[in-house]
Design a protein around this ligand. Structure first.
Ligand SMILES: Nc1nc2c(ncn2[C@@H]2O[C@H](COP(=O)(O)OP(=O)(O)OP(=O)(O)O)[C@@H](O)[C@H]2O)c(=O)[nH]1
Ligand SMILES: [Mg+2]
Length: 398
């Protein structure tokens, strides 16, 4: 990923839903002006959800999720519908494409579910160039779903600018947290960032949370000073006054806490991202369950990345080691990666999630809500490490 690209997890995720052949893929092509999505008369052209990162005027960077028609049939069809269903957890906004035949029996259930999950929906009547009774169709949608559909044709491009405007109006407020550092800094503050001594990112790079934090602080008009852990003390001596905030990599928590000036508040990249990408209060509450663990407990470690060379060491080695050291070798730790998050979390006494930098916020929040609904405490790497090293009470939360 180049630094000029918006990380995909920060893009507005737009899910496109409708029956087979309703024109979902054609709509993406028309919206973006590119023929990237596969389109055909064959009902069931799109099978698995397809993610497409695009710039969509006037919204900016978005991620389209093209889905299989939700009326797909048979055993394979049911699997596809399930995959479509799973995308509901990621969609910040949904386009519902109504089929021209006026039969909305299946649309109703999907609309209900989208609304239950608070996903804003833009209704679309597509293929306007070839359906005879557009007005009647609009009225039917309006009457049945209290939704004023946008009438478009992917072929003639009629209505496409209006649809872009409708999408822009429907963008949910706060689909992203306002900023990474939130109330922890003010304009003009000097903020000291502590990276691990052996920077684990590939040569010439920093990992995404560090890059995004630096950008956030620059946007907030702060002065950013970055050091590796071994340079912390010389850097503190070089500063005329203690920094307004220190943000450290979780791995150097203890050392930084020991060395830092008393008056300087300390937080970590993972704690900032826990708030930015999830729900920090829920994570802190979840971390309290660590005190209740025993040698018989079962803990689930959930990683977003399937490759994860950077977090691996924390999730797969460091946290399990710390837990076993405290509660005994028989404590059981399971690891899941990517989207393989168990539907049933109840076998676990605690879920510890990674920072989720590869996921969008909506999706991480949906996992937190799932754990809460099942009564299973959930926290994340950074918060768990802070708890395990006994300094959770001593760091500041955004
Ligand atoms: N004339 C016209 N044809 C359209 C329009 N939109 C889609 N079509 C045609 O309708 C057929 C289905 O379009 P797709 O975009 O593949 O529909 P889909 O909803 O993605 O279908 P599945 O992937 O099978 O679920 C194709 O033959 C398209 O060319 C339109 O606005 N006007
Ligand atoms: Mg399609």
């Amino acid at each position: 990923m180049s630094l000029t690209n918006t990380p995909s997890a920060n893009r507005l995720h737009i899910g496109i839903y409708g029956r087979r052949n309703s024109g979902k893929s054609s709509l993406i092509n028309a919206l973006t002006g590119q023929e990237t999505a596969l389109v055909s008369d064959y009902a069931g052209t799109t099978t698995d959800p397809v993610y497409k990162a695009m710039e969509l005027h006037p919204i900016g960077p978005v991620m389209f999720i093209d889905t299989a028609g939700f009326d797909d049939e048979g055993e394979l069809g049911a699997l596809r519908v399930q995959r479509t269903q799973e995308t509901l957890r990621k969609a910040d906004l949904a386009l519902m494409v109504f089929s021209p035949d006026g039969d909305f029996s299946q649309e109703a259930g999907w609309l209900r579910e989208l609304r239950e999950q608070n996903v804003p929906v833009v209704g679309v009547i597509s293929q306007a160039d070839r359906i005879p009774n557009v007005i009647a169709l609009c009225e039917a949608v309006q009457k049945e779903f209290s939704l004023s559909p946008i009438v478009v044709s992917a072929k003639t491009r009629e209505g496409i600018p209006a649809l872009r405007e409708a999408i822009a109006r429907a963008v949910p407020e706060g689909f992203e947290a306002a900023s990474i550092t939130q109330s922890l800094v003010r304009e003009g503050d000097i903020v000291l960032l502590v990276m691990p001594q052996d920077i684990q990112a590939p040569k010439g790079r920093l990992i995404l949370p560090q890059v995004q934090t630096i950008r956030d602080l620059l946007d907030r008009r702060c002065t950013v000073v970055s050091v590796t852990a071994d340079r912390l003390e010389p850097a503190l001596r070089a500063l005329k006054a203690p920094p307004a905030l220190i943000i450290t990599d979780s791995q150097c928590f203890e050392m930084v806490h020991r060395v830092k000036p008393d008056e300087t508040p300390l937080t970590s990249f993972s704690v900032l991202f826990a708030a930015y990408k999830g729900d920090i209060r829920a994570y802190v509450e979840g971390a309290a369950a660590i005190d209740q663990l025993t040698a018989q407990s079962r803990v689930l470690i959930a990683e977003a990345c399937t490759h994860a060379p950077l977090q691996e060491d924390i999730g797969r080695v460091k946290i399990p080691r710390a837990l076993r050291k405290r509660f005994g070798e028989s404590l059981r730790v399971d690891i899941c990666a990517g989207v393989d998050f168990p539907v049933d979390l109840t076998p676990y006494d605690l879920v510890i999630h990674c920072g989720g930098c590869m996921f969008n916020r909506r999706y991480v929040l949906s996992r937190i809500r799932q754990a809460q609904a099942q009564g299973v405490p959930m926290t994340n790497y950074g918060v768990a490490l802070a708890k395990l090293t006994g300094i959770l009470d001593q760091i500041v939360l955004p």
